[in-house]
Design a protein around this ligand. Sequence first.
Ligand SMILES: Nc1ncnc2c1ncn2[C@@H]1O[C@H](COP(=O)(O)OP(=O)(O)OP(=O)(O)O)[C@@H](O)[C@H]1O
Length: 800
Amino acid sequence: MFYYIFSDLNEHSILDNLKSRYGRGLIYTYTGSILVAVNPYKMFNIYGLDMVKRYEGKPLGELPPHLFAIGSVSYTKMIKDNENQVLIISGESGAGKTESTKLVMQYLAAVNRSGNNLITEQILEANPLLESFGNAKTIRNDNSSRFGKYIEVFFKNGAIVGAKTAEYLLEKSRIVTQAPEERNYHVFYEMLEELSDEQKAKYGLQTAPKYFYLNQGGSALIRGRDDADNYRKLTAAMDILNFERQEQETIVKILASVLHIGNVYFKVVQENNHDRAELGSDAEIKWVAHLLDLSEDWLKQALTSKVTEARGDRFYTPYNLDQALDARDAVAKALYCRMFSWLVERINMIICRAEREKSTSLAVLDIFGFEDFHFNSFEQLCINYANETLQFFFNQHIFRLEQKEYSKEKIRWEHIEFKDNQPTIDLVATKPAGILHILDDESNFPQATDNSFLEKCHFHHSGNELYDKPRMSDPEFYVVHYAGKIKYNVQHFLEKNKDTLRSDVIELMCESKNQILSQMFKDHRDRLITKTLSKTTGRYVTVKPRTTTVAASFNESLLSLIDTMSRCNPFFVRCIKPNAQKAPMTFEDIVVLDQLRYTGMLETIRIRKMGYPVRIKFPHFIERYRCLMKGEPIRSNQVPWDVCKVILQSQGPEFKDEYQIGATKVFMKEAFESRLDTAAGAIKRAAAVRLQTMVRTFLVRNRHQKLRSAVTRLQRMVRMWKTRRDFRTVRNGIVLAQAQFRMFSQRRRYLKTRENLKHRLEEHRLHRRKQEVQAKMEKERRGNMAMGCVTSSECNAAMI
Ligand SMILES: Nc1ncnc2c1ncn2[C@@H]1O[C@H](COP(=O)(O)OP(=O)(O)OP(=O)(O)O)[C@@H](O)[C@H]1O
């Protein structure tokens, strides 16, 4: 049995199918080869080793839809075709991407042919580690990944030999601010829960509510989450991943320093008619300087004044309160972000072995979905730009699949035009005149403001139909994305875009006496400085780069990601969040429909609709529409292709552009399919009514044999006519006829039995009579013998 759920895609059929399957506890559904996973918010027992074994090596569609089926097909394809594979898992926050990624990784760990369990274990252990540092509680998800990740697992001869993780856009603002009901990254709370009083004293730590960077969201606890236990798991993972003691110690010191920095406060002092920020207390600074092995004075200076250099001289400009608070947060963000990237690099060093050469890879992309909030800012523009680019990739894939299918089926293709979302990508992109490009230009121009950026966007794009200005003079612009029209507010765009690690903070950390910490920042600094070969001297010269902006570096990593993925064979998993309350097994149509749009499912329909979205295999087509041949028999020498042609042509020549007959399937437009269904339905219903009348007539006339054949024909009709509407009419008729037929048969049986009984009774009576006669004759004979005369029968015998 094959489990391709939708042969024809349309918005409502997808929604209805998902809903009815979800209601039956079936959370996975295929639409074509795309797996849709609707979050059940309740663990089903469907991920055990028995399921791994069940799905291992099975082609897609042979077993019910499942994440393991995708894992199995991609793994088998990678080995068989020696081709890299990628699973693109997308969906909005809380839809189930991270869980799906973990399940796929577990599946791969279970089926791979590696004799080395350590590397597999290390790869799996990297997950809780990154989760502690990169996940946090948000109002949408208690364990929300605040970064995108691309995990490549490398295989040789079917065995795992290593893995590599790339991270995208860690949410920096969370380190210093959290919305109500939200938390900072898990690791802070886990550390404070698990460290003993003695250890806490060593780092000057207290409880979570004492820290400004941890107490802004309210409750520090998450129901059902054991922070202390997670910290134990985290340290165990670090041990398995060979993190040295000193490295682990430095991590705790950095985390503690971030918390101390957050508690630094400032006083405002008047100086020469200007406000100047002055440190409120020394205690936190002393702890940070101690833990990070930094000069206390340099740290104070970095928090209270800006350093500029001119002709070898250094000038210090004091910060006002806002600038000082920004500087404080910048140090905290720089420390945490750099540590996070270093952790990823460090994990990669351990699990990404040299054996990677000549290996094939199976990658999983777990990336934030399309976002449309009440207030959309720079982060949403980047995320939606990434989604727009991924959608382009997805469309191209679907388009390629379509093209492949059409050419395999020898369908004429040239009339079908596919529109893609490239114009929107160009509008947002970092290409000349793209919104992000304008932003980058402005970011390198000291006098620029958010408004000047907006004006330039309006100037360049007001004629573009994918761009819109607000009616009022609000600081906003609209972009028409594939998933809808989104309003962006440009407030803080420039500042957010420039929010790469500040060079003064990098310099400060490079000076640390803690080798691990200073190396972390030196590596980063070296990467920023590009070395170019000077043409005149032939020597390498150090070139100070153009300020790297968030948009530019994000765009660069996005393009490299797309480039890597385009060399892989992709599979798509679309995760859907069925309700906003995280309620188990609750399906809300509006919520799901929105996501079908955001995950690009409806876009797929659009692409398919431009061609021939309905495809039906010949035998199925003939079975379904045979009645349109109007009684004309199928000759034994008639091939299915010809039969389909006769059926299709029955609708008249004016519909010839509505369908094409391929090598094994009939391709149709949706409207033409409806037409065929309507025509076939009418014929079938009329035939059903005729047959039902016949059944009734035969029943009345007691024509048993004819009745039986009419019921058989009705039954066959039901089996053959699979369209639901007709099925119901005929089925009702047949149920009635069958009931009548049963009654009729019972009566016949009853009559027959009664007849038999009568007959047997008669026989019995006759037999008894015979015996009586014989007994009488015997008696008579004996009496006569005694008297010396013969009986009448003996007399008869003598005569013969
Ligand atoms: N297959 C599943 N079975 C049972 N529960 C699930 C499944 N997938 C997800 N969940 C539940 O949904 C929650 C959110 O899932 P997950 O963290 O994977 O979402 P996400 O899409 O990665 O969100 P974010 O983008 O915020 O990281 C999980 O903590 C879990 O409770």
